[in-house]
Design a protein around this ligand. Sequence first.
Ligand code: FBP
Length: 308
Amino acid sequence: MAHLTDAVRDVLSWYDGERPGVKTNLARLLMHGRLGGSGKLVILPVDQGFEHGPARSFAVNPDAYDPRYHFELAIEAGLSAFAAPLGLLAAGADRYAGEIPLILKANNANSLGTIKDEAITATVRDALELGCSAIGYTIYPGSDRQYEMFEEVRAGAAEAKANGLAVVIWAYPRGGVLGQEAETALDVVAYGAHIAALLGAHIIKVKPPTSFIAEPDAKPAYQAGGTDWSELRHRIAHVVESSFAGRRLVIFSGGPARGDGAVLDEVLAIRDGGGRGSIVGRNAFQRPRKEALTLLDRIVRIHLGEEK
Ligand code: FBP
């Protein structure tokens, strides 16, 4: 690993008091790939086969049915890490050992069920055996199962940290009284990110929020400051501030496949709002490989400040 940069030292200082093994793994993530040393992350997540099913995820680009495809895409694009469930990581962790940091996505849902919940699908031991730098869990703040999910994540995160792994939380409010519009509402996304920070996440992953405010009781707080919430970069900045005043790595997901222009405009706003990076799945592997590499190159360049 190259010498740590000031940007990475600064990020690591946010986690003072954390175990040295955990900080070493955060440094591995932050020093790898084209973003290495910048204090930013761009990650390829491929758990959509579990969450949405194989055809919805991979039929549009059948090469992506092969686990090796995703390892190679992440490596060739020079990304910071590759995140996936146990079976997918196990299918390439040996062959590509040492080529890209891995994040084991250790709980999963599927679209066949009705309950907004996730099963624990992998252990800290699995993550260690696969050589992962981090373990990841999804929480569904608002779900009728949210408190059990928090307890599961607390237990998993405690064991992960005790074993020197960094912890990533996918904070996806949904279920309960939250309608579809509320899932990505500004107040709800910021609330989810804050809960992830409180649960001990080192890296927090959320969806870019809309300007909708879902909770009536939260509206006055958002109306008071005079911020123009119609601008995505302001909404990003609010989510980042809600995550311990930006002293947590907050990264934003790519969402369903869209045209390059829409994706890149969003990434620009993420960068300008102080987001620490992107975690882009479908917008990467649902494009033909060459187009995916071109788009990922531009996403990386934006986060590096090389594109305006
Ligand atoms: P995408 O870039 O494909 O949106 O991936 C990010 C991600 O968090 C995946 O890890 C996860 O499978 C997916 O989004 C969940 O999306 P949704 O909430 O729309 O089901």
